[in-house]
Design a protein around this ligand. Structure first.
Ligand SMILES: NC(=O)c1ncn([C@@H]2O[C@H](COP(=O)(O)O)[C@@H](O)[C@H]2O)c1NC=O
Length: 191
């Protein structure tokens, strides 16, 4: 099954995977702790505005994870003191789904050491909820948050477990682990 991009969000551990039929030549790169989805050197030129973005950012001991430019304003709102639920809901509603050929939803989550929130904005709905176990939401097919069997306990394991999921067209993945000691991140570009 092809689900496009997906996140797994829970307290302490989170992950993001890019699956892509149309733009497979991409990777996650670490820029001073911010993880960015970027084209590889051999990627064809494109003017699609939705395929390069920060997918993981850290703020105030939490990690923000998502499939597009919403990651930045969610991070900024958390930094201003917004509750995670409000930062997700306001930003997802403001930016709305992507205006591409598929009305691709925006998905995002906030991973804390003791709590976690997940959200999606689709053409027909805005859903934001607190979750107390690993929870999946994807851009296509799996587009309502649901509990998901996810064993990873480290950032590296989370990236690898996301990358290795059987959903089709894996491209690259990121993982986070959040504890009282801070945020750890990891990348799996399938190399
Ligand atoms: N975030 C991403 O990495 C991303 N990759 C592709 N998209 C959008 O989704 C459309 C479909 O892409 P695909 O056929 O690879 O699933 C693309 O035209 C683009 O508008 C993305 N936008 C949201 O998921």
């Amino acid at each position: 099954m092809y689900v496009g991009r997906f996140i797994v969000i829970g307290p302490e551990v989170g992950a993001y995977r890019v699956s892509s039929r149309s733009f497979p030549n991409r990777q996650v790169v670490d820029r001073d702790g911010t993880l960015t989805v970027a084209p590889t050197a051999d990627a064809p030129e494109t003017d699609n505005p939705y395929i390069s973005y920060n997918c993981v950012r850290e703020v105030d001991g939490k990690a923000v994870v998502g499939n597009g430019s919403q990651v930045d304003p969610i991070t900024e709102k958390l930094g201003l003191g917004y509750p995670a639920r409000d930062a997700l809901a306001e930003t997802l509603l403001a930016l709305d789904y992507e205006k591409d050929d598929y009305d691709t939803p925006r998905i995002a989550g906030v991973v804390g050491a003791d709590d976690a929130f997940i959200g999606i904005v689709r053409e027909d709905a805005l859903l934001v909820k607190e979750v107390d176990e690993p929870t999946l939401v994807a851009t296509y097919e799996e587009d309502s948050p649901r509990a998901f069997d996810f064993e990873a306990e480290t950032a590296a394991a989370a990236a690898s477990e996301a990358y290795g999921q059987e959903f089709e067209h894996a491209v690259c993945a990121a993982g986070v682990r959040v504890t009282d000691d801070g945020v750890e991140t990891a990348i799996d570009n399938g190399e």
